[in-house]
Each structure stands twice: as structure tokens, then as C-alpha cells.
Design a protein around this ligand. Structure first.
Ligand code: PLP
Length: 401
């Protein structure tokens, strides 16, 4: 007998955190594990942002905050959208949330009915599918492989749309692939969407500042979608603020109001101190952001060069974020014996990352969570030394497989 609801039983845990836990267990046992598993900047939050938060505490920003966010933060978000993306939004079209993850969840809960289909171009962040299931919907995957730099085409989108399609979730720059859609590529997708005005489009732009190709454009710049486009974004990735839990959505007023209604009932307004920190991040100087970007750009070159030296792996050159997504199908069928003496067969990326953790003491994430079983993900948001040592360990372990 279980006391748990069918809804929660239908969810899968986050593979990233499962790997983190296993790696931490090994570390606690004294093993020197190199972690390429977690998707967060290795930098500290910039001092000017931390100072704004300390000041907020001193000034007693410690009470419940308004559910959709403080007016001064919504104003800063509107100004950011204008300044950085050329988009006109009013404060009534903004809702601040506990991370952009909540903004995505709120939106799905606001627009998806039981049995609705939600298109999730894969490889994608596995939480998308789980959020769709939580909202009662059915995730429908559209696969863009390494051959197309992990992007889907307009023809694939068209073929996946059915009368039940309610929404499309798109992420550029992407976790887990770093893929960035160009204006032309987005235009082709928008052309298809114009034929289907009932489809709500969720554009996850949380990695926008980590585009190294110069190709990033917000889907908000396609005015045809304006009435059904929700942009989600936040300060986690660009400003090294993952723990502050501060994100937001920008969209049509009716959807924003619905999200506000949902949020009101289960979390209320986002953390008041984090809102002051986010205001400082959005309005403040960008020097730290530029420095972090430069480090990611350097590491991207390094990790790609080193990974490409490993026979059997297919590695593209990611345009953004801080991930390398690697095809490893050539290792399928290989066998190894684990510490418990059991013979294991590699059947895809999920098995390969367990092999790498045990034999090379390198933590990465298998592609299953991202809807891409023959792949695995490396997060290069770590030091150059760790990248060099970690990839060398992977190379040695794979040569022994
Ligand atoms: N979207 C993508 C693609 C992500 O990878 C993440 C975090 O890993 C998020 C959204 C959520 O970010 P946050 O809730 O910290 O804003």
C-alpha cells in the first residue's frame, strides 16, 4: 500500500541530483571525485549583489513580499527586457518567482489541461517532461541529434503537432547541449506556429547571457507570437545566483495573472532579500558577468579540444551555456565488472556515466534524463585544472573499456 498520489508516483527524480548524491557518497568515503555533473556556475555571487542583499536585511526587507514581485523589481525586469532584448513589457505582464523553474511550472499549470500534449524538443532539460506530467499533460519529444547541432527543424515541429498540442517548450541556449537557435532557425519554427494559434510557446531564456556565438535572439522579438508567448528567465546562471532562487516570467497579462493566482496559493511572493539582490544584478555593472563569460569561453575551447581527442566519442562545438553533450553510442555493448564483482553491460549514456564514476571517479550525467539515451553531459563550469584532469581520466577509462 502506498499513501502517495498517482501524480507524484508518475514523477522521476532529477538525475543530476541523483548523480550528485552518489558522487558525494564517494567523496565522503575519501575518494577524489571530479564533478562535471551539476549545472551551476562555480563562481561566487558578485560582491555588489551580495552587498545589496545585506543592505536589504538591514533595511528590514524581511516581510512577505507581494505575490508577483516588488514593483521596483518588476520595473527593473521591464527595463532589462527593453535594454537587452528590445522588448516592450509592462509590470502587469511580469511575475517574479522562486527561480525560473517555478515560472515554467506556473505557466504549465496555468495552460495545460489533463491529456494535453506539450512539445519538448530534445535533448532538453529533463525537468520539462516532469513539469508537464505534474500539470497533467503528456510530453511529446522531438529529437534533434548531434547531426543538426541538437536543434529541431520546422518540418519536425510541423509533424509533431496534433489537435491535442497545447504548448511548445523551447530553450536557447540549451541545457544540456549548449545549442543556440539563430534568427533564421527560429523564424522557420515561428512560421509553423503561425498556423497553430492555440499553441502557447514557453521560451526558456535563462542561459541567454551565456551565448558565445552572438546568435541569441529572444523569441519575444517575433511579434506574431506575442499573445501566446511566455518568456522565462532569471538571475541564476548569468549572475552566479542559483541559491538565491529568483526568476521571472514575461507574457500576456491573462497568463501572468493566472500564474500569480497559482503562486499565491503555494509559495506566495519570492524571497524579499533575493529580490533586492536581483534588482542589483539587473541594474548594476556587468563586469563580473563579462569575466565569468570569458572563463566559460576559454573552458569551452579546452574541454572540446580534449574530448575530441578521445576515440569513440562524438563531440560538437557548443554555442552556449556551460555544457558539452557527447554522443557515446560506440561504447554500447561493452562489458565491465563493478566493485561488487557484477558484470555490467553498457547500454547507453546512463550506464557509461556509472562506469566513469566507478572507474575514473568522474561524475557526469547520462543522457536518459535529457531524452537522449546514447549521450552524456559534462558541465564545464569548473576550473581548468579539473577539466584537464577529469577528461584525462575519462580518456584512460574509456581506453580500458
Ligand atoms: N531552465 C533550464 C534549461 C535549466 O537548466 C535550469 C536550471 O538548471 C532552469 C531553467 C532553472 O533555473 P532557475 O530555477 O535557477 O532559474
Amino acid at each position: 500500500m502506498t499513501l502517495l498520489s498517482k501524480r507524484v508516483q508518475s514523477l522521476s527524480p532529477s538525475a543530476t541530483f541523483a548523480m550528485l548524491q552518489k558522487a558525494n557518497e564517494l567523496k565522503a568515503a575519501g575518494v577524489d571525485v571530479i564533478s562535471f555533473s551539476v549545472g551551476e556556475p562555480d563562481f561566487d555571487t558578485p560582491d555588489s549583489i551580495k552587498a545589496a542583499a545585506c543592505k536589504a536585511i538591514e533595511e528590514n526587507y524581511t516581510k512577505y513580499s507581494p505575490t508577483p514581485g516588488y514593483p521596483w523589481l518588476k520595473k527593473a525586469i521591464c527595463e532589462k527586457l527593453k535594454r537587452e532584448n528590445g522588448l516592450d513589457y509592462t509590470p502587469a505582464q511580469i511575475c517574479v518567482s522562486t527561480g525560473s523553474k517555478q515560472a515554467l511550472c506556473n505557466t504549465l499549470l496555468a495552460v495545460v489541461d489533463d491529456g494535453d500534449e506539450v512539445l519538448t524538443p530534445t535533448p532538453c532539460w529533463g525537468s520539462y517532461q516532469q513539469m508537464v506530467i505534474l500539470a497533467g499533460g503528456t510530453p511529446v519529444e522531438i529529437f534533434g541529434g548531434i547531426e543538426n547541432d541538437y536543434k529541431i527543424t520546422a518540418a519536425q515541429l510541423e509533424a509533431a503537432i496534433t489537435p491535442r498540442t497545447k504548448a511548445l517548450m523551447i530553450c536557447s541556449p540549451s541545457n544540456p547541449t549548449g545549442a543556440v537557435y539563430s534568427r533564421e532557425e527560429l523564424s522557420a519554427l515561428v512560421e509553423v506556429l503561425e498556423k497553430h494559434p492555440r499553441i502557447v510557446v514557453l521560451s526558456d531564456e535563462v542561459y541567454e547571457h551565456l551565448d558565445y556565438s552572438g546568435k541569441f535572439v529572444s523569441l519575444g522579438s517575433f511579434s506574431q507570437l506575442r499573445e501566446r508567448l511566455v518568456i522565462t528567465n532569471g538571475v541564476s546562471k548569468a549572475y552566479a545566483m542559483t541559491g538565491w532562487r529568483l526568476g521571472y516570467m514575461a507574457g500576456p497579462e491573462a497568463i501572468v495573472k493566472a500564474c500569480q493566482k497559482i503562486q499565491d496559493q503555494y509559495t506566495s511572493g519570492a524571497c524579499s532579500v533575493s529580490q533586492k539582490a536581483a534588482e542589483a544584478a539587473l541594474n548594476g555593472p556587468k563586469d563580473d558577468l563579462v569575466k565569468m563569460r570569458e572563463a566559460y569561453i576559454r573552458r569551452r575551447e579546452l574541454v572540446t579540444r580534449l574530448l575530441r581527442e578521445i576515440p569513440g566519442l562524438e563531440v560538437n562545438f557548443p554555442d552556449g551555456a556551460f555544457y558539452s553533450f557527447i554522443k557515446c553510442a560506440s561504447f554500447n555493448g561493452r562489458k565491465w565488472t563493478n566493485a561488487a564483482g557484477e558484470e555490467k553491460v553498457i547500454r547507453g549514456g546512463d550506464d557509461l556515466v556509472m562506469y566513469l564514476l566507478e572507474k575514473a571517479h568522474v561524475a557526469s550525467v547520462g543522457g536518459g534524463f535529457f531524452g537522449a539515451p546514447d549521450y552524456f553531459r559534462i558541465s564545464y563550469a569548473t576550473s581548468d585544472e579539473c577539466i584537464i584532469e577529469g577528461v584525462a581520466r575519462i580518456k584512460k577509462a574509456l581506453a580500458e573499456l
